[in-house]
Design a protein around this ligand. Structure first.
Ligand code: CA
Length: 224
């Protein structure tokens, strides 16, 4: 799950960045409409979090562009402008929801989850490998109906590995994921993260093996 945050307040970028990563989602953050257009064209996103008062214009203009060019991409407006007229303008311009600052991070996450659930672009199926189940909407991992407690970066790793179950996932790709969680990008960091992941999965009858493919990467393999 990858979100794009368009927001010029450094403080809010930091806070929301933490909240989003804690939820196990990836986040790209930009401060201007121009940068947002570049990032949107370069990469697929599941949800856009949009401030209205931006240094190079009104977020509503970006919203209109998104509606024109990325029809199904859900947009949540985050702004201090709470007047009825502005909410209506935002919704009429194609926003899916509206959150007035200041808001509680728990409400923010609940709104994101709700939008991701009903979004046709983000409607990713639940992943299954062996007895493991990964729900992209909640980022929860479970085994035989029991929740497996993992750190956000470990959840992101197992998600990628489960998405490509039975195939080797390159080290570079996994390291890239770790770096998005502020992890050290050395080979050692990946090995340590995988070893923590193995340890946390060990008490469960997962029905899978997390295999090291020396010099190449790792893979999730069903037990014969
Ligand atoms: Ca602003």
């Amino acid at each position: 799950m990858r979100l794009l945050l368009v927001e010029d307040s450094a403080r809010l970028v930091e806070l929301l960045g933490e909240t989003v990563r804690e939820a196990g989602w990836r986040l790209d953050a930009v401060t201007t409409i121009a940068d947002a257009e570049v990032v949107l064209a370069a990469r697929e996103h599941d949800l856009v979090l949009l401030d209205l008062g931006l240094p190079d214009g009104n977020g509503i203009d970006l919203l209109r562009t998104i509606r024109r060019e990325y029809k199904d991409l859900p947009v949540l407006i985050l702004t201090a402008r709470g007047s009825i007229e502005e909410r209506i303008e935002g919704l009429d311009a194609g926003a899916d929801d509206y959150l007035v600052k200041p808001f509680h991070h728990k409400e923010f996450l609940a709104r994101c989850r709700a939008m991701l659930r009903r979004s046709p672009t983000a409607l990713q199926p639940v992943l299954e490998a062996g007895n493991l189940r990964y729900d992209p909407a909640t980022t929860e991992i479970s085994c035989g109906g029991v929740a497996v407690a993992l750190a956000p970066r470990e959840r992101a790793l197992i998600e990628i590995l489960m998405r490509d179950a039975g195939r080797v996932v390159q080290k570079r790709k996994l390291e890239q994921t770790l770096s998005e969680f502020g992890e050290e990008v050395s080979h050692n960091a990946l090995e340590l993260a995988v070893s923590r992941l193995r340890k946390k999965l060990q008490p469960f009858e997962t029905g899978i093996d997390l295999v090291t493919v020396r010099g190449v990467g790792y893979m999730v393999q069903g037990l014969a």
